[in-house]
Design a protein around this ligand. Structure first.
Ligand SMILES: Nc1ncnc2c1ncn2[C@@H]1O[C@H](COP(=O)(O)OP(=O)(O)OP(=O)(O)O)[C@@H](O)[C@H]1O
Length: 227
């Protein structure tokens, strides 16, 4: 595998409820290679398998068959604890719904992934979270409760939180799907900026062809296959 390949799927299949009468194969042999700094849009009809694909690349779910290498490591043979560790250090997630803790401030939400085993924040974590909040343009709002922020601001906090561990791969599942055009554009521009400044590889699910055109490449997932 070339050094700059950060995500590689070979013949990845995913079946839900395997071995039961309800078994359904949702991904039917996906091959995909993403290099460092690549920004790739994922498009395709509803129910075609885009989120399932992101969950597998994000090590939240395991393939039923095939190979998946993340940051040079073959993941299909890893035990759950090793998989969790690799996920924590390599992958950042941004979802359509921000999944912030609304009763925490913006800054506190960004510190959550840094807490780790310590379980409580220190000055270094606070400084790093402040830097991230600054980088997503939310300096004046850092002490606002996440629940009181606008949709676009919440998504910026979610991006800052996703970057807390400086991930090689950022997985964004329709992060702009719930936003008005102007906020969607601003969130996309921020993701692009992160990608270019840090060389983060981004996999970005969208139904918006305008935004897909602004990515380095687009894959179409149809009926569980890349076409
Ligand atoms: N845990 C599960 N158990 C059974 N079937 C599932 C499970 N998760 C997803 N599916 C099915 O897999 C298919 C693909 O779902 P997925 O959410 O990946 O599609 P999607 O392309 O992301 O859709 P959307 O654009 O609507 O978000 C759907 O038919 C869905 O019902």
């Amino acid at each position: 595998m070339a050094d700059d390949v950060v995500v590689q799927l070979q013949g990845v299949r995913k079946a839900f409820n395997p071995g039961t009468p309800f078994e359904t194969e949702v991904l039917h042999g996906i091959d995909l290679t993403l290099r460092r700094g690549e920004f790739c849009a994922v498009m395709g009809p509803s129910g075609s398998g885009k989120s399932t694909l992101l969950n597998i690349v994000g090590l939240l779910d395991r393939p039923s068959a095939g190979k998946l290498q993340i940051a040079g490591e073959e993941t299909t043979t890893l035990e759950d604890t090793a998989l969790t560790r690799l996920r924590g250090h390599t992958i950042g997630f941004v979802f359509q719904y921000h999944h912030l803790i609304t009763a925490f401030t913006a800054l506190e939400n960004v510190m959550i992934p840094m807490l780790g085993a310590a379980g409580f924040p220190n000055a270094q974590m606070r400084a790093r979270a402040t830097e991230l909040i600054d980088s997503v343009g939310l300096t004046p709002w850092k002490d606002n409760l996440a629940g009181n922020m606008s949709g676009g601001q919440q998504q910026r906090v979610a991006i800052a939180r996703a970057l807390a561990m400086n991930p090689a791969v950022l997985l964004a599942d329709e992060p702009t799907g719930n936003l008005d055009t102007k906020s969607a554009d601003a969130v996309f521009t921020l993701l692009r900026q992160v990608n270019q400044e840090h060389g983060t590889t981004v996999l970005f699910v969208t139904h918006n062809p305008e935004l897909a055109r602004r990515c380095d490449k687009t894959i179409q997932v149809v009926d569980g296959k890349i076409i």
